[in-house]
Structure formats: structure tokens, C-alpha cells
Design a binder for this molecule. Structure first.
Ligand code: HDD
Length: 713
């Protein structure tokens, strides 16, 4: 027998994903219009007719092709996570993780692995608003040299259910109701809460979904989690459990409920626009990847099961190690081609990363490939540019709808002698994926492990770890969600369920929704806290990329405006001039400034903070502008930082910010910072004003103000 050729060493593809996509890009600038066959078109405004007023002719191939293509433009939206926004970028590990995993993209700190990330809401349709109360998807595709790895996570570390077989029930319950397809993109209706009241395992996730985590200020300011326990495997074949985390370098920040509802009208694309604009402006979102690594011998040392996706591994038990950073630095060229057609799959793993027996994960391993077959119309969706691996691919799969690859050679089977067995399986040392040799045995049972049955302790841990304002937000969220439920028995059952977590919380919920509190006050008997579950422990030392509204009318103080806006820009924020009309406004010393937005094209809810410079005439005018007063009141009500200098302080007095002290006319040069309202009368002290104002913005929100119910907005 002739000696067999050795397969070539893996050709590491050094192309970036951007270069890879180049061959598919089209730019029609300077080009003639053609048909899909490349025939130049001479006229596209009238169909071909028999006489000017006669019938259209079948032979009009341009008309038929144009209409037919249009008629087929839509594909089914994702059954969940239909609304999403994507971005390209790269990932770099800080130091080699070889001790824990052999995954090539986690070895070399100098290597940049291209990524594509899609953020999403879960429940709403493709055209629904961004700021609804919902979990956010955080799915990352790493185009590694060993093949594509997908980390398909969410912005919450736990899930609603423990076994994938319940996923269709969950989704049917939370999606709009059957008879009338209402409400859109909202859990606040009877069927969802009916499901909740009958499914104790959902309790922990409900606490997260009703918390501020469900209202992210930005995709750039939320965490991500792999949720399941996965496995790292090193070159020696040693396996360890691993939990994945993403943390944003801008800190974790949320909107407030009233604000989210208003934004849904003012700018339904709020989070999508935010991501897009940030990348266009060079404010590249950055996230660190973290891992919690657990030795196999420690599998049973926790009071919950590592295979249960309704549980976290508290940081106090296993600290997070931050191992690398992802930077998103390029917007897609075409939403449909990239963000819509991208297909994630938790089963896309590379050597060094493996699964566990988490029954939720196991079910996902089936569902994602299956769903793409209907959504993307056949088995060749991996050939769509955004889904193509950067690693070369060779196998004996053939044909099917929309096949792009032109396979050469006589054979499409294995084994074969005609082509020396090519393409042939790679041994492990040549990068062949070998599944972790976990020992499994047992009887076939349709059952849930006893170790999955504590549904309330971690829900209580989460509740205990919240700050007072966060707790208040959760109670109010229950009031809203259950307040929308028409069936009183459904409301009651949820109150009874929450009584298992915390008796006082159950009473506070009952109070707001017209049902009697549980007969006996219950609770999970957990007093522990895990401080980092609260968003108030997040980074609060940067104002990078925050949007600051500057309210202006004719006659403002130009020097103050410049000093403050320069300082804000210096700290990385983006001040925008808001005035009654578009065009320009003139300062007291005759300088013209361009207006970015007029009152009617924007609103306070679209900004992170407000600033009002001095200028006598300008303030007298603003006092008469209902929009300006409303702008301030609303920003105040939403606990946003407000800054005013010189006569600007008088506008705050006119807006009546219920008892918050501002700098008095006599206070010469002293800055006053009270509950995020920062004021100064004399511009001499503007530098210290800037410092305090920037500090107040970095804190994001000033929750003390929430108690001031009287402030109109
Ligand atoms: Fe899922 C999409 C995240 C459980 C079935 N899921 C989808 C996306 C994300 C997640 C981020 C959108 C990906 C994209 O942007 O295209 N899903 C999760 C997480 C889960 C989870 C973090 C629990 C830990 N999912 C889950 C289960 C099932 C599914 C248990 C079914 C058994 N998910 C799907 C799906 C989707 C999907 C139906 C819809 C579109 C798609 O897959 O591509 O297959």
C-alpha cells in the first residue's frame, strides 16, 4: 500500500473578520444600475406596457425580478431575542490561561481574536422598543483560529427554568397573549404571572427581572453572564468547572422605570442608537471577561447544584478572575446581512471548552441549530459571511439550499482510498476536538434532582443584597407588573410565592395590588448578602460618553458655557446644546453657538445630566419656557445630576426642586452639591464646580430624590 500523505498543519488564518467580509461587500457608488444577472437597466420608474395606458407586459424581466425579490425580503424573526443590535470588535486575553484551558484564543496576550456581539431583548418583536423591562441577550462570537466559539449569555446570571423542556412553556407564557397578541414586549400580563405563580423554580430569576438590571442605561453599561457552569479542559486533559462573566468598564448603570416608558415613545431605538453612536464617535465599549474556576473535587461543596441554572456561585465563595478584555470598535455595514443573519449556538465550542450536564444547557445544544434551519432557510447558513468561521473548514457535507462552497474532488465520504481518506479526522494533538471523558451512569428517569429543589435561598440572597433604593424599585416593579394582571387569584399566588423569599417583601407587594398579605409571614431564613449583586457597588469614577443636556436661550454667559463644557468634554462626556429652535443662539457678548437639538426633537429622558449656564436674559427667557422647566423637573425626578452656574441657579429655584438647597446669591464662589444638584453663583469657583459636577455625574443617579413625590414631571 502506498504511504499515506500526512495532513497539512492547520493553516492559521491571519485574516481579520473585516478582511474576510471584504469579498462580500458591495458599493454601488459610481456604478450603473443592473439586474441580478448584471444586465444594465435603462429605466426603473415605469413598468413595460403595451401602450402608455395599456397593461404591463410579462416580458418585463426587470419589473418581475425587482418585485419578486422585494416580496421575499423578510425572513422569520427569532422566536425569542428578535430585537437585537450588533457590533464587531476583538478580544485579548491578559495572560495565558494554559493552566486551565487549551483554548488557543486564551493563550497569547498579544493575539487579537475577532468577535461579533449581538445584544438583544428577549420578548419583543423585531420592531419593539429597546427600553422595555426584560432580560438582555449578550451573545459573543469569537472567530478563533481553531474554529468559532459562541458564548451565548444574558445580562443576568440565572435563568427562569432548570430544564430546557420547559422553554416553550416559558416563552408561550411571556409572549403576547393568544387571543389578541397583546401586550407587546412586556411580562405584565396574566399568562406570564399565572405561569410564575405555578413554578417555584422561577423565583430567583423573577427577582432579577424585576430589579434595575432589566432596564440597562446602555448595552455598554451592563454585565454579561454565561449562566451555565461550563468546563475548561487543559492540554493534560484536566477538567475544571467554569462560570463566565463580562463586566463593562463604564460601570453597570440602569434607567428608571418612568424614564424607560417615556423613552419607548421618544426614541424606541434608544439602546441601539446608543451603541451605534458610541462606536461611531470612538467611544468603544469595553468589557472584561471573568471566570470563576471550580475544581472538580469541589463539585458538591456548595448548598446548591452547579448544574442548576437558577443559581449563581456567589463571589464570596469563588472569586472572579478577570482574564481578558473585549473591545467593540466597528459597526456592521449592513444590519440584515450581519446582525439579523448572525446565528449563535452554545454548542459552538473549541478544544479546551466543554459542556456540563446542566439540563438547560443540554437542551440548548439541540435548539439553536434547529431554529436556524427554519430562520435562515436550510443547512448552509454557516456559509453566510457573518457566520463563516475564520478557521478553514473541510468536510463531506454537501448540497442543500443556497450552497456556496464549490467542493472539488471525486469523494464526499469517509473512509475513502481515492483521496487518501481526506479530509480525515485530526488526532487530539493536532487540534481534533475530543469531548471531555466525564463518567456518566444512571437509570433513564424523567425527574429533577433533589439538589435542584431549593428555589428560595438565592432569591433571598439577592433581595438582601440590594440597597434600599434598589429594593424600592423591585417593590414598585411588582406593583406595576401584578397591577396589570386582571385575575386576582393570579396576583395572590405570586404574593404567596414571594412570601417564601421574604415575608416583608410579600406584604409590601400585596399592599400595592389590592390583595391581602399572606396569612403567615414567611421567608427563606437567609441573612447572608453578596454585596456585588447590588449595582451600587459598581464603578462610579467615570463620565466617559455620558450625554449632558445644556439648556440655552439668547443672552447666556459664553465664558461659563465654555469653561464647563470644555471640562465635561475633557472628562470624555458629550455636552449637547438644547434650545427652543434649531439654528444658533447668541450669548450676552454676541457669540453664536450651534443648537444640537430643539425641545421638540429631544427630551430630558435621553440625557444623563443637565447643565444651565448663567446669563440674565437667557434665564429670564428659560423661566417662561414650559419645556425648559419640565426638562429640569423631569431630570430631577429621574434622579439625574443637575448643574447650574451664575444666574442659571435661579432657573432651578423657578423649577422648585422641592427642598434641595442651591447656592444662594450671597454664597460667593462656594460650590454647593446637594443630592446631585451642583450649583455655584460666582464663576471664580468654576473649577471646583466642574470637579463636583463631574463627581455627581459619575455617580449616575441620586436616589435620595426619589422620595420627593411632589415634583411634577
Ligand atoms: Fe436562548 C436565542 C440566551 C436558554 C432557545 N438565547 C438566544 C439569544 C441569546 C440567548 C442571547 C440570542 C442570540 C442572538 O443574538 O442571535 N438562552 C439564552 C440564555 C439561556 C437561554 C443565556 C439560558 C441560560 N434558549 C434557552 C433555552 C432554549 C433557548 C433553554 C431552548 C431550549 N434561544 C433559543 C432559540 C434562539 C435563542 C430559540 C432564538 C433565536 C436563536 O436561538 O438563534 O433557539
Amino acid at each position: 500500500m502506498a504511504e499515506q500523505k500526512k495532513p497539512e498543519k492547520r493553516m492559521v488564518n491571519e485574516k481579520s473578520k473585516d478582511e474576510d467580509l471584504e469579498q462580500f461587500r458591495e458599493d454601488s457608488t459610481g456604478q450603473y444600475l443592473t439586474t441580478n444577472q448584471g444586465v444594465r437597466v435603462s429605466h426603473t420608474d415605469d413598468s413595460l406596457k403595451s401602450g402608455e395606458r395599456g397593461p404591463t407586459l410579462m416580458e418585463d424581466f426587470h419589473f418581475r425580478e425587482k418585485l419578486t425579490h422585494f416580496d421575499h425580503e423578510r425572513i422569520p424573526e427569532r422566536v425569542v431575542h428578535a430585537r437585537g443590535s450588533g457590533a464587531h470588535g476583538y478580544f485579548q486575553v491578559y495572560e495565558s490561561m494554559a493552566e486551565y484551558t487549551k483554548a488557543a484564543f486564551l493563550q497569547d496576550p498579544s493575539k487579537k481574536t475577532p468577535v461579533f456581539v449581538r445584544f438583544s431583548t428577549v420578548v419583543g418583536s423585531r420592531g419593539s422598543a429597546d427600553t422595555v423591562r426584560d432580560v438582555r441577550g449578550f451573545a459573543t462570537k469569537f472567530y478563533t483560529e481553531e474554529g468559532t466559539y459562541d458564548l451565548v449569555g444574558n445580562n443576568m446570571p440565572v435563568f427562569f427554568i432548570q430544564d430546557a423542556i420547559k422553554f416553550p412553556d416559558l416563552v408561550h407564557a411571556i409572549k403576547p397573549e393568544q387571543p389578541n397578541e397583546m401586550p407587546q414586549a412586556s411580562a405584565a400580563h396574566d399568562t406570564f404571572w399565572d405561569f410564575v405563580g405555578n413554578l417555584p423554580e422561577i423565583t430567583h430569576m423573577i427577582m432579577w427581572v424585576l430589579s434595575d438590571r432589566a432596564l440597562p442605561r446602555s448595552y455598554r453599561m451592563m454585565q454579561g453572564f454565561g449562566v451555565h457552569t461550563f468546563r475548561f479542559v487543559n492540554a493534560a486533559g484536566k477538567g475544571r468547572f467554569v462560570k463566565f462573566h463580562w463586566r463593562p468598564l463604564l460601570g453597570v448603570h440602569s434607567l428608571v422605570w418612568d424614564e424607560t416608558q417615556k423613552i419607548a415613545g421618544k426614541d424606541p431605538d434608544f439602546n441601539r442608537r446608543d451603541l451605534w453612536e458610541a462606536i461611531e464617535m470612538g467611544d468603544y465599549p469595553e468589557y472584561e471577561l471573568g471566570v470563576q474556576i471550580i475544581e472538580e473535587e469541589d463539585e458538591f461543596k456548595f448548598d446548591f447544584d452547579l448544574l442548576d441554572a437558577t443559581k449563581i456561585v456567589p463571589e464570596e465563595d469563588v472569586p472572579i478572575r478577570w482574564i481578558g478584555k473585549m473591545t467593540l470598535n466597528r459597526n456592521p455595514d449592513n444590519f440584515f446581512a450581519e446582525t439579523e443573519q448572525v446565528a449563535f449556538h452554545p454548542g459552538n465550542v473549541v478544544p479546551g471548552i466543554d459542556f456540563t450536564n446542566d439540563p438547560l444547557l443540554q437542551g440548548r445544544l439541540f435548539s439553536y441549530l434547529d431554529t436556524q434551519l427554519i430562520r435562515l432557510g436550510g443547512p448552509n447558513f454557516h456559509e453566510i459571511p457573518i457566520n463563516r468561521p475564520l478557521a478553514p473548514l473541510h468536510n463531506n457535507q454537501r448540497e442543500g439550499y443556497h450552497r456556496m462552497m464549490i467542493n472539488r474532488g471525486q469523494t464526499s465520504y469517509f473512509p475513502n482510498a481515492l483521496r487518501d481518506n481526506y479530509p480525515r479526522p485530526a488526532p487530539e494533538e493536532e487540534g481534533g476536538y475530543v469531548h471531555y471523558t466525564e463518567k456518566v451512569e444512571g437509570r433513564k428517569v424523567r425527574a429533577r434532582s433533589e439538589s435542584f429543589k431549593d428555589h428560595f435561598s438565592q432569591a433571598a440572597l439577592f433581595w438582601n443584597s440590594m440597597s434600599d433604593p434598589e429594593k424600592e424599585h423591585i417593590v414598585k416593579a411588582f406593583h406595576f407588573e401584578l397591577g396589570k394582571v386582571e385575575d386576582v387569584e393570579v396576583r395572590k399566588r405570586v404574593v404567596d410565592l414571594i412570601n417564601n423569599v421574604d415575608g416583608d417583601l410579600a406584604v409590601r407587594i400585596a399592599e400595592g395590588i389590592g390583595v391581602s398579605p399572606p396569612a403567615t409571614k414567611g421567608g427563606a431564613g437567609v441573612t447572608k448578602k453578596s454585596p456585588n449583586l447590588s449595582q451600587l457597588t459598581t464603578m462610579m469614577d467615570t463620565i466617559k460618553s455620558r450625554k449632558i443636556a445644556v439648556l440655552l436661550a439668547e443672552g447666556f454667559n459664553h465664558a461659563e458655557l465654555m469653561q464647563v463644557t470644555q471640562a465635561l468634554k475633557g472628562a470624555g462626556a458629550h455636552p449637547q446644546i438644547i434650545s427652543q429652535f434649531h439654528g444658533t443662539v447668541r450669548s450676552s457678548d454676541g457669540q453664536e453657538v450651534m443648537v444640537d437639538k430643539s425641545y421638540v426633537t429631544t427630551a430630558s429622558v435621553l440625557f444623563d445630566a443637565v447643565y444651565i449656564p448663567g446669563g440674565k436674559q437667557h434665564i429670564e427667557t428659560l423661566k417662561t419656557h414650559g419645556y425648559a422647566i419640565h426638562f429640569i423637573n423631569e431630570a430631577f425626578k429621574h434622579c439625574k445630576p443637575i448643574g447650574a452656574t451664575g444666574e442659571g441657579v435661579d432657573l432651578l429655584t423657578a423649577a422648585d426642586l422641592e427642598g434641595v438647597e442651591t447656592a444662594s446669591p450671597e454664597a460667593d464662589g462656594d460650590v454647593l452639591s446637594r443630592q446631585g444638584v451642583v450649583t455655584i453663583r460666582n464663576p471664580k469657583g468654576i473649577d471646583s464646580f466642574n470637579e463636583r459636577y463631574i463627581e455627581a455625574i459619575a455617580r449616575h443617579r441620586h436616589w435620595d430624590r426619589e422620595k420627593k413625590e411632589r415634583v411634577p414631571a
